[in-house]
Design a protein around this ligand. Structure first.
Ligand code: DC
Length: 225
């Protein structure tokens, strides 16, 4: 078994299942690096939009992604994302970026480039990686795979709560519909669709606290993965 396979905790799941928060805490507890692959698709989308690249031109999107200078780092417990020297930590979470991601995440050229980068990062040392295709495509040999899920209603409630903390009030029903559409896009796309790897453990977080979820995954990673 390769070193990488043993050193990776792969966490996949739909939008709003709490992957980022949970994966970051699991990484902290295990002393592993944390890799937020969604941030990479967001960064590639921000760059293409910033440069006015035609989002319907897959070749141009792949070229832009290959040319992107991406810097992901943890500073004071927060993930800072820089693209070509610009701090885009906030900008990559904007509704405009979120709306356009599917134009990039269905492009083979974009995915190949980002998957290559993810494997390079994962080969540097023990890593908790989260996304949609970590256990199925990026690190299929990983020994520890988790599929995080939660009901649509609960995921919308959590997202609304996150927005509320930032002083933004959103309609939970509209948010649920947005998440449902994104799930459908993620699950039905041709390349690397979101699905549970056959050897992944499903953790339904609907009625769990974040700390409970973290404990379950840390235990899995330490003892059974
Ligand atoms: O986890 P997130 O919401 O930041 O991810 C943003 C989008 O990026 C998500 O809608 C699908 C895409 N994505 C992907 O296709 N593959 C990944 N490994 C991670 C994210």
């Amino acid at each position: 078994m390769s070193e990488t396979a043993r050193n990776i905790v792969a966490i996949d799941g739909p939008a709003g299942a709490g992957k980022s928060t949970i994966a970051r805490k699991v990484a902290e507890k295990l002393g592993y690096a944390f890799l937020d692959t969604g941030a990479m698709y967001r960064a590639a989308t921000w760059r293409a939009m910033h440069l006015g690249i035609d989002l319907d031109d897959p070749a141009a999107l792949a070229e832009s992604t290959a040319a992107m200078v991406l810097d992901l780092r943890e500073e004071n417990g927060n993930q800072i994302v820089r693209v070509d020297g610009h701090d885009v930590t906030e900008a990559i979470r904007s509704p405009e970026v979120t709306r356009n991601i599917h134009k990039l995440d269905r492009s083979r050229g974009v995915r190949d480039r980002l998957v290559e980068l993810q494997r390079t990062i994962g080969s540097r040392g023990p890593t908790v990686a989260e996304g949609r295709d970590i256990g199925t495509v990026v690190f299929p040999a990983a020994v520890c795979k988790v599929y995080l899920d939660a009901s649509l209603q609960e995921r919308a409630r959590r997202r609304a709560e996150e927005f509320a903390k930032k002083g933004i009030h959103v309609n939970e029903g509209a948010l649920a519909e947005e998440i449902r559409v994104r799930d459908e896009k993620d699950m039905t796309r041709e390349i690397a669709p979101l699905r549970r790897a056959e050897d992944a453990t499903v953790v339904d977080t609907t009625s769990m606290t974040p700390d409970e979820v973290v404990d379950v995954i840390v235990t899995l990673a330490r003892f059974s993965c």
